[in-house]
Ligand binder design. Structure first.
Ligand code: SF4
Length: 285
């Protein structure tokens, strides 16, 4: 793993593309991701971003934006005004193209320092997105911050399948991530399970019942088709993910599979679909 310390000019990126519907800004403390060679890295849409990878292997590099908290504090007020002028809340998605609690976070504590900066100068809305139970290191800070802004944590759990054939292991076990939902909810934090991208499921009814009992407020179901930044899922079709999914259930690579799973989820929890779900729009159940 190549780790580089860098200075950034800006840390709040005005949202475009599918994120436009979700937030006013994205915030990425790192460039690259230490989980890029785990299961989620196979279907990760960021790996296709040539501007960001600059030809490097996804999962082989991380750049650490050392001055990110200071830059946040310098720019948050102007960016909040920018969002509000557009009749939008100042809503930050943390993070859209990296994992805030990846392994290097233990060394740099950049995500923690950014959350501390936000405690002093909070956004109006904050979405924390994670794949890993390591965010429990900061659960008290997140709980405190949730008193200062509308905050929700998106926990990525692709489904109830621990490991797909031919793919590497995930950053955290399914049971560990369900437990993360439970602990967040017990701490009074809004926690949402994100099945993104949706994997073939063994027993969806039992899984949704389990996450509802863990205290999840909602579930987002996001298929790689319509979910990887292309209408047909063409980026993901170039990876090993669809082939692996088809060996478990050939139906799972069709968009109709998402709708079938969403209909089951609706018996247990409010359900959001793809970008609308990430934006916090859920159907009643
Ligand atoms: S943790 Fe997130 S950003 Fe990192 S490889 Fe997995 S999906 Fe991509």
């Amino acid at each position: 793993m190549e780790i580089t310390e860098i200075q950034c000019q800006s840390i709040l990126t005005r949202a475009g593309g599918y994120l436009h519907e979700v937030c006013s800004h994205s915030l990425n403390p790192y460039i690259g991701c230490g989980f890029g060679r785990s299961a989620c890295g196979v279907g990760c849409y960021v790996r296709h971003n040539a501007w960001l990878t600059k030809g490097r292997d996804w999962g082989g590099f991380v750049e650490v934006k050392m001055n990110a908290p200071e830059v946040y504090l310098k720019t948050w007020e102007g960016e909040k005004r920018w969002a509000n002028r557009r009749q939008q809340p100042f809503a930050v998605f943390f993070s859209s193209s990296t994992e805030p609690w990846q392994a290097v976070e233990k060394r740099y504590r950049l995500t923690r320092r950014l959350l501390e900066a936000m405690r002093a100068c909070p956004p109006e809305e904050l979405i924390l997105q994670t794949h890993t139970t390591a965010m429990l290191d900061d659960i008290h800070l997140v709980a405190e911050l949730s008193q200062h802004c509308r905050l929700r944590v998106h926990v990525s759990i692709e489904g109830d399948t621990e490991r797909l054939p031919g793919l590497p292991p995930p950053p955290a076990t399914v049971a560990g991530r369900v437990e993360l939902l439970r602990q967040l909810s017990s701490a009074g934090i809004v926690a949402v399970a994100c099945l993104s991208p949706l994997y073939p499921m063994k027993n969806p009814a039992s899984f949704f019942e389990q996450i509802a009992q863990a205290g999840a407020s909602a579930v987002v179901i996001d298929h790689f088709i319509e979910g990887d930044g292309t209408r047909e899922g063409s980026r993901t079709w170039k990876t090993d993910l669809p082939r692996s999914m088809e060996t478990v259930d050939p139906e799972s690579t069709r968009l109709a599979y998402r709708d079938r799973i969403a209909a089951i989820a609706q018996k247990y929890l409010p359900v959001g679909i793809s970008a609308a779900g990430f934006a916090g729009h859920y159907s009643k159940y």
